[in-house]
Design a protein around this ligand. Structure first.
Ligand code: NDP
Length: 477
């Protein structure tokens, strides 16, 4: 037959399959820009430490860089304490510690970039753990520098500030390296519970046949935190809950939840299915005003701590009207999903840390007469953190022999010792973009939420209030 072209898993220009995209097995040099920063010490290095502590450890040399004048010991101590946060130092971690170095310098200076690349040697991974504007400035400078063959570029979120700026950044990045060497990091894709959506759906006879609008009534993807601002006003007050959580993390979870089965677990196949699902995703019933709700917390007690009103937090510009709780409902316009509302919600300083996907099945159309009680359908809860599964199923006998009730089948997913950042880094270091967000997907995630952001900025949707420690505004059902 030969020459079959599959339309939905077609390669983008310049894209190769993971198998063809140099799967690195030897030592890799990871250059961390912004190495002195919060992300590097709190998430990136501990994530790498968790990878190096386990059976999938690879050989990694780290070069940290930034303007801070860190002494060699000071840098090595930072890396060591990040690794130790995952337990004892493994032999792979000890090797990394023995070779790591820190090079102080201005990352936007071309001479500094050239010196770094020379030190790093062949096929380095350049990880931009920097404020986004600084990352963009460096990427522009990299056009004046010869990048070694096989260079991999890793970007933190947010990738751009809207679809247009994300597209411009994609174009710039695409002029430097091929798409499969670009890693737009979203650590939710490294969470065991999120990855398991693939197993739950595509390796499971029980769910896949009923995973459609015929059987499913509604879906919620919720990531509610009890934590408040925690000193991150500079970033958060400019982002808000919608951009911080829904535009990136929760839309990617949605993509895995609704996409069709990939032909293989190759990055091209999986990422094409995710992209296709998101291209079909739109605001519910097309209305930016009706599809989204927003609110901001006032003073209260969350998780036994006194939380000041968001507007009074240090560094917050109350006039900006940043939301700390956002909810957006979307639909997926495919034959499989048409008409099913998917509600994505995330907020801070809430009473309950609810982090889960809730899939509500429709009740059966008809029950034998003589059966009493509620006629609710099944509800599947998939915990995002920790990974707990709970399926409530209708059963007789809960309140009497012929009365319907619900019983619960509960399970806990095996938890990986590799942290989400470690999982994503594992792919990056191997040169496999499977868990990296593809460029068109990064743009599409902005496109989906942009009408809501515009309606909120124009004041077309009220900014509701909720007490810290409550479950959201009383007017929200
Ligand atoms: P920081 O604000 O801590 O900045 C990281 C480092 O960047 C700083 O330590 C500083 O290092 C360098 N830097 C800051 N400003 C400049 C500048 N104007 N020019 C050159 N270098 C500068 O950021 P985070 O570590 O918190 O975040 C890094 C990235 O990760 C951001 O894109 C963020 O959105 C993303 N992110 C962060 C999360 C977090 O929890 N922190 C979570 C998810 C994503 P030096 O002074 O040594 O040069």
């Amino acid at each position: 037959m030969g020459g079959i072209i599959t339309t939905h898993a077609a390669l983008l220009p310049g894209e190769r399959t993971s198998a063809a995209a140099g799967q690195h097995t030897g030592q890799r040099t990871l250059v961390i820009f912004g190495a002195s920063g919060d992300l590097s010490s709190r998430l990136l290095l501990p994530g790498l430490g968790s990878l190096l502590a386990g059976p999938r450890a690879t050989s990694v040399r780290i070069i940290g860089t930034g303007r801070s004048p860190l002494a060699p010991d000071e840098w090595t101590d930072r890396v060591r304490s990040a690794f130790e946060s995952r337990g004892e130092i493994s032999s792979a971690a000890a090797d990394t510690l023995a070779t790591t170095e820190y090079v102080a310098g201005d990352p936007t200076d071309v001479e500094h970039l050239r010196a770094l690349l020379e030190l790093a040697g062949p096929a380095p991974v350049l990880y931009f753990s920097l404020p986004p504007a600084v990352t963009t400035a460096i990427v522009a400078k990299l056009r004046d520098v010869e990048l070694p063959e096989g260079t991999e570029l890793a970007f933190e979120k947010p990738f751009g500030t809207d679809a247009e700026s994300a597209a411009a950044l994609n174009q710039l990045v695409g002029s430097l390296v091929p798409e499969e060497n670009v890693h737009r990091v979203d650590h939710f894709l490294g969470r065991t519970a999120v990855l398991n959506l693939i197993g739950l759906r595509f390796a499971n006879r029980l769910f896949e046949p009923v995973w459609n609008a015929e059987h499913i009534e509604s879906v919620e993807i919720v990531y509610d935190e009890t934590l408040g601002l925690e000193g991150r006003a500079q970033y958060y007050d400019n982002a808000g809950a919608l951009v911080d959580m829904i535009q990136s993390h929760l839309l990617l979870v949605l993509a895995l939840l609704v996409m069709d089965a990939p032909a293989t677990m190759d990055a091209v196949e999986v990422r094409s299915e995710m992209a296709r699902a998101l291209r079909s995703t739109h605001l519910y019933r097309g209305s930016a005003i009706e599809a989204g709700r927003r609110a901001r917390y006032s003073a209260g007690i969350a998780d036994d701590r006194v939380v000041p009103s968001y507007a009074d937090e240090d560094g917050v510009d109350a006039e900006r009207g940043t939301e700390t709780l956002a909810e957006v409902t979307v639909e997926v316009d495919t034959n499989r999903w048409a008409g099913v509302p998917f509600t994505l919600r995330s907020g801070k300083a809430l009473g309950v840390a609810r982090k889960e996907i809730v899939v509500k099945f429709k009740p059966l159309r008809h029950l034998p007469s003589g059966l009493n009680g509620a006629r609710d359908g099944e509800t599947l809860r998939i915990g995002l953190n920790p990974g707990e599964l709970s399926l409530s199923v209708p059963a007789l006998g809960v309140d009497g022999p012929y009365t319907m009730g619900q019983v619960f089948l509960d399970a806990t997913l095996p938890s990986s010792s590799v942290l989400p950042y470690g999982e994503v880094l594992s792919g990056i270091l191997r040169g496999d973009p499977l868990l990296s967000v593809r460029g068109d997907v990064a743009e599409r995630c902005w496109e989906i939420v942009e009408p809501v952001l515009a309606a909120w900025r124009a004041g077309e949707v009220p900014l509701d209030e909720y007490d810290a420690g409550s479950n959201g505004p009383g007017t929200w059902k």
